[in-house]
Ligand binder design. Structure first.
Ligand code: COA
Length: 325
């Protein structure tokens, strides 16, 4: 049994200044505010400025998380950054963040699990902290999906946005108390048989281009709720937490209908669900830490609360995490 828990010390977020509304999109492709709101719940999303790259967004979110934690960059010895839209093919976007923060010790690397990336990064950092390899981690989700959207394809370009969010985790000796803070459990899954349902049609080794996001939306929808609820039930079974006893459900923000259907199937009360998809769109790996930051900043999530995270995305990949704040 692990003698260390990964405790959340701070949360931060960053959204690019420019907002693109559904009305703006209706000027670009054959769509409407009504259609987008009804099918997805999205009203607006943020778009990175020309020259503003994923590591810029990540760095701002990381600084905000460090300020929230009352820590200095030098206190961090691990950076795990989830993204599918890195600044460059290599090096990892995480090392740009590391350099931007002036950190020269420890390790920094990227994790790629598309929209599940933040949960995968969190589980990775948690395991490194619990093993004693590192002391304090920045776990970041940062994306500029606007760069891989086909802006002439109305079936995809209305769904996504840019942004970044970050958590600071600290390794703390476990007390064994039932109410001790920290990450309680994480569960990760993937099934590559579904890799062609949500993908980018380019890449270094295949086309030598970046490519554009392609999706069979209805197929993704068909699988999403079942995968999400399965991996949450795994988290409940591992901890004894229930839909009734948890305080907050902070799902990946892909689509309001998927969020509502998942919460409904699990019996999680609507007032416990944190929703930001209306203002952010789907920011892929950034969506969960952005939602966490918003519910932390406005005082909804308080110390001692049990917070359930969940994500599902390309691959398919999916995962859950339970945290006592
Ligand atoms: N505006 C207006 N009409 C649109 C449109 C848009 N932006 N996008 C598609 N349509 C049209 C389609 O062309 C289709 O028209 P047709 O019936 O004349 O062929 C009609 O709307 C219905 O399309 P369909 O794809 O069946 O709609 P849907 O109800 O499945 O909703 C999604 C589409 C993408 C919103 C929905 O499938 C979805 O949310 N899927 C999951 C996507 C997701 O969350 N992915 C990320 C996972 S991390």
């Amino acid at each position: 049994m692990s003698m260390i828990r990964s405790v959340v010390r701070g949360v931060g977020a960053y959204l690019p200044a420019h907002t693109l509304t559904n009305a703006d999109l209706a000027q670009m492709v054959d769509t409407s505010d009504d259609w987008i709101v009804q099918r997805t719940g999205i009203r607006e999303r943020h778009i990175a400025a020309e020259g503003e790259v994923t590591s810029d967004l990540a760095l701002n979110a990381a600084r905000a998380a460090l300020a929230d934690a009352g820590l200095e960059p030098g206190d961090i010895d691990l950076i795990v950054l989830a993204t599918s839209t890195p600044d460059n093919t290599f090096p990892a976007t995480a090392v740009s963040v590391q350099a931007g923060l002036g950190i020269t010790h420890g390790a920094a690397f990227d994790v790629q699990a598309v929209c599940s990336g933040f949960v995968f990064a969190l589980a990775t950092a948690d395991n490194f902290l619990k093993s004693g390899s590192f002391k304090r981690a920045l776990v970041i989700g940062a994306e500029t999906f606007s760069r891989i959207l086909d802006w002439s394809d109305r079936t995809t370009c209305v769904l996504f946005g840019d942004g970044a969010g970050a958590l600071v985790l600290e390794a703390v000796p476990a007390t064994g108390a039932a109410d001790e803070p920290g990450i309680m459990t994480t569960h990760l899954r993937s099934d590559g048989r579904h890799k062609n349902k949500l993908y980018v049609d380019g890449g270094v080794s295949s086309t030598k281009t970046t490519g554009f996001l392609r999706m069979e939306g209805r197929e993704v929808f068909r699988y999403a709720v079942g995968m999400i609820t399965d991996v949450i039930e795994d988290a409940f079974a591992a901890t004894g937490v229930t839909a009734q006893s948890l305080d907050w459900f902070v799902p990946h923000q892909a689509n309001r209908r998927i969020i509502d259907a998942s919460a409904n199937k699990l019996g999680i009360a609507a007032e416990k669900v944190v929703v930001t998809v209306d203002h952010h769109g789907n920011t892929s790996a950034a969506s969960i830490p952005l939602a966490l930051a918003s519910a932390h900043a406005d005082g909804r999530i308080k110390r001692g609360d049990i917070v359930l995270l969940e994500a599902m995305g390309g691959g398919f990949t999916w995962g859950s995490a339970l945290i006592r704040w």
